[in-house]
Design a protein around this ligand. Structure first.
Ligand code: C2E
Ligand code: MG
Ligand code: MG
Ligand code: MG
Length: 273
């Protein structure tokens, strides 16, 4: 609780200008040290095939264990890391760490990694992904890169080129938080995007007539365009049963498992196991 208060003080300021700058500098400094001091780690959340019940994928989710602040949520530090550009370095660490871990496991499913728009603009994302795959030995077809709808990815032709290069490598692209931004499915059809992740806000509302219209329309259109559909934020059996009944391919959420350490998922065995 003490750590949480300290974190709240550091991150959730509502102060006059000087205070804000100082706190942001502190946070930025702490983030830079976090990389050097190895304070970041990844949790993994299961993605379940709704027909077979099989765990077909895992999403890597970043965490920061600060020595005094405790566990800091990505929502509290990724925005600043994006502003300062540090997310490029952090993002490369995430790619390497996730690919390295997953390549060691006996489990042969897919790993899904979130990337920031800043990694498209400032980093060499294609090289970073390529390097992580080569260093780990993970085959490209086991990697999904999650981009969010809010990135407005097609606004810059350079982004499109990156998506095509990743796709040509065999990596698949997932559109995260779908339904919260501006893109229509017909527009997505022109992009190399293989998966649609229905935002958890629609799932949370279930049962709800309006959410059901959006979910069912998304599924029908996405599947007819040849894309896989994942529902995020599945917390109840009722939500799962409904999603399965309307043909949603994959579910992710607390019902199936919280973001967990690899060891808790019992996937951290080598092929000898
Ligand atoms: P996201 O990519 O949409 O990730 C899903 C978020 O929903 C995760 O929050 C996850 O813990 C949470 N979640 C999963 N199932 C449920 C559920 O059933 N109910 C509820 N209420 N929540 C659920 P988390 O881990 O705090 O991450 C928040 C956001 O931070 C992510 O949203 C993503 O945008 C960003 N993020 C997390 N890890 C990374 C990363 O490695 N790189 C980048 N660039 N962004 C990341
Ligand atoms: Mg995601
Ligand atoms: Mg999401
Ligand atoms: Mg998100």
């Amino acid at each position: 609780a003490v750590a949480q208060t300290a974190q709240a003080r550091l991150v959730r300021y509502e102060p006059e200008h000087g205070q804000k700058i100082r706190d942001r500098r502190l946070l930025d400094l702490a983030l830079r040290q976090a990389l050097k001091r190895d304070e970041f780690y990844l949790l993994y959340q299961p993605q379940i095939d709704l027909k077979s019940g099989e765990m077909v994928g895992l999403e890597a989710l970043l965490r920061w264990r600060h020595p005094e602040l405790g566990i800091v949520s990505p929502a509290d530090f990724i925005p600043l890391a994006e502003e300062t550009g540090l997310i490029v370095q952090i993002g490369e660490w995430i790619l390497h760490e996730a690919c390295r871990q997953v390549a060691q496991w006996r489990w042969q499913g897919r790993i899904s990694i979130n990337v920031s728009a800043v990694q498209f603009q400032q980093g060499n994302l294609v090289a970073a992904v390529h390097n992580a795959l080569v260093a780990s030995g993970l085959p490209p077809h086991r990697l999904d890169i999650e981009i969010t709808e809010s990135m407005n990815i097609a606004s810059d032709p350079a982004n499109l080129e990156i998506l095509h290069q990743l796709s040509d490598m065999g990596v698949r692209i997932a559109m995260d938080d779908f339904g919260t931004g501006y893109s229509s499915l017909s527009y997505l059809h022109s992009l190399p995007i293989h998966k649609i992740k229905i935002d958890q806000s629609f799932v949370r509302n279930l049962p709800n007539a309006q959410s059901e219209v959006i979910i069912e329309t998304t599924i029908i259109m996405a599947q007819r365009l040849g894309k896989t559909v994942i529902a995020e934020g599945v917390e109840t059996k009722q939500q799962r049963d409904y999603l399965a009944s309307v043909g949603c391919d994959v579910g992710q959420g607390y019902l199936f498992g919280r973001p967990s350490f690899a060891i808790e998922l019992a996937l951290d065995q080598t092929s000898a196991a």
